[in-house]
Design a protein around this ligand. Sequence first.
Ligand code: ADP
Length: 186
Amino acid sequence: MTVRLVIFGRQGAGKGTQAVNIVNTYGVAHISTGDMLRAAVKAETPMGLKAKAVMRAGNLVGDDIINGIVAERLQEDDATGPGFVLDGYPRTINQAEALLDFLGDNHLDAVIDLDVPLEEVTARMKSRGRADDTDDGIARRLDLYEQETRPVLDFFKEKGLLVTVDGLGTEEEVSSRLIAAINEHL
Ligand code: ADP
């Protein structure tokens, strides 16, 4: 069985942690655009050098760059075989359309929205201390989430793919809720 998922949620909602729980449950590939970009920054690749300042300011890396990285990653064996969970992508309508375009007949099974209130995600990010988790960086990213990413949820809702999961509680509580919701949708 191939399982194709997208995990959505505000910055700090726990997407990365829950994506790992999904990987452990279904054996799919974890495709995190944030992790891929941070690896490129660390390795100082040409793309990483370009992305560094954009990320530090909390802005979005250009759609063409991100769409290219994801299209390539989706062709690797682990993603075409067991499937994948996309974490941090798509976050603009352009990216959502590009994704459906690369997938063609390989339809997504579900798009999960891990729902955590604004005050809670702000507090979580302030305590984690990543390079882009400055007050300005956090505010900018949350703002872009509302402007650019919220419409992507509506896009998937219209396609009947959206599954909303309450992201408050312990990691284990959220994980069991999430897996139950996915199983119901598969
Ligand atoms: P967060 O969810 O806290 O923003 P991520 O690790 O998902 O953390 O992303 C970190 C940064 O990487 C983003 O602020 C953005 O600059 C860049 N980035 C990640 N994914 C994308 C994407 N799909 N499109 C554009 N930029 C992205």
